[in-house]
Design a protein around this ligand. Structure first.
Ligand code: NAD
Length: 364
């Protein structure tokens, strides 16, 4: 295998001095956010591709401890520097932001170093392993006037945007429940259980759509193969009697990505694997009224039309990365910031606690 050249950005690049190398805020006159990406495994290439193909950003360097990963990065992008040494990215006066696409256990240390070195942070979900770590990073970023964006990719999909619109304009009415199945065979993560791997997608979507502080969490699950739970069921209680349930599983024979959202006026089914009609809205429901006698409940079922609205098809990560660069350039706080990441981590921590005690209710 060809050896990967270590980058020395000081000699190769840093001769050129840029206007604001050490300041946190990127000057509005800078037209591009220059990014260093750490982690080029499964998801890293998606991040690099999107930063590299936006007009408002470019990737200067990719760091990974694995020579194989770096070789892939170098083959795909000969113009990008590759290195095994994260300090090279941290020391570079040209890099404005670091994208952290490594396993969850590394997020806190890497994000902390990036912030301490004056870099904005784009970090993968889940933000950190502990809420105390997330709190510390949020405080550090605020003190240094730097941005943190947590990659809650689904918030940038046409589907979630459409559902948000249907909730906001009152089409669904008062929400009753959010019920999601997110199962497949593998990809096993080694450092986190299936809840920390797959549930952040639903938790971030719920956090965004329901927009209320959850009250309590219940989780059950079992560990079969790898020392961490690989099948789990999580329930989240929200105010206004909204209940959410998430089924996550690495041992499913088939891939399922289906969410039901029930409202007082309409209900919808979101099948993320359906290429053409991801969301179907049903004018169906149940109406209950009191009859004359004390115990007579009159139940009537409404079974109206079903329709599938048009969904924006742009790649979610593309939208998200454009938004990240916009936030950095214009000094705006992203809505999927560190605080949003922290809210998800708090739900996951509560779920872990409940899981250990076979479904004990954990108040948030
Ligand atoms: N937003 C999404 O839809 C989505 C999808 C998949 C993964 N992810 C997230 O992306 C992150 C990475 O997941 P993955 O599936 O790509 O993992 P992966 O194991 O495939 O890749 C991780 C890469 O990071 C490298 N690495 C590990 N520790 C490092 C360190 N300290 N310094 C430098 N490089 C290091 C590894 O060598 C590997 O190449 C996780 O947080 C995961 O939850 C997000």
């Amino acid at each position: 295998m060809a050896s990967i050249p270590k980058v020395c950005m000081r000699t190769e690049r840093n001769e050129i001095r840029h206007s604001k190398p050490t300041l946190a805020l990127v000057s509005p006159s800078s037209h591009r956010i220059r990014v260093g990406v750490i982690g080029y495994g499964y998801w890293g290439p998606q991040i690099v591709r999107n930063f590299q193909t936006r007009e408002t950003s470019e990737v200067l360097a990719v760091c990974d401890t694995s020579p194989k990963s770096l070789q892939r990065a170098q083959q795909a992008y000969p113009e990008i520097k590759v290195t095994q040494d994260f300090d090279v990215l941290l020391r570079s006066t040209q890099i404005d932001a670091i994208a952290i696409v490594t396993p969850v256990r590394t997020h806190y240390e890497l994000a902390k170093k990036a912030l301490e070195n004056g870099k904005h942070v784009f970090v993968e979900k889940p933000f950190t392993c502990k809420s105390s770590q997330a709190e510390e990073l949020i405080e550090l970023a605020e003190r240094k006037n730097l941005k943190i964006m947590v990659d809650h990719t689904f918030l940038f999909t046409g589907s979630v945007k459409k559902i948000q619109q249907l909730i906001e304009d009152g089409t669904l009415g008062e929400l009753y429940y959010y019920d999601s199945t997110r199962v497949n065979l593998g990809l096993f993560q080694h450092d986190v259980n299936v809840l920390w791997d797959l549930a952040p997608h639903d938790l971030s979507i719920m956090d965004y759509l329901i927009a209320a502080k959850p009250e309590a969490v219940v989780a059950t699950g079992e560990t079969h193969l790898n020392g961490v739970a690989d099948v789990a069921f999580m329930t989240v209680y929200f105010p206004r009697k909204i209940i959410a349930h998430i089924n996550v599983n690495w041992l499913s024979p088939v891939k399922v990505r289906t969410t039901l959202i029930g409202g007082e006026k309409k209900m919808l089914v979101w099948n993320d694997l359906d290429a053409d009609e991801k969301i179907k809205i049903y004018d169906r429901g149940v109406e209950v009224s009191n009859g004359e006698g004390l115990y007579e409940l009159l139940v009537s079922y409404r079974s109206g039309d079903m329709w599938a609205p048009k969904i924006e098809q742009t790649e979610a990560l593309r939208n998200e990365i454009s938004y990240f660069t916009e936030c950095v350039m214009n000094d705006r706080k992203p809505f999927n910031d560190g605080a949003a990441g922290l809210r998800v981590v708090r739900m996951l921590e509560a779920a872990d606690q409940s899981l250990k005690e076979r479904g004990k209710v954990v108040q948030l």
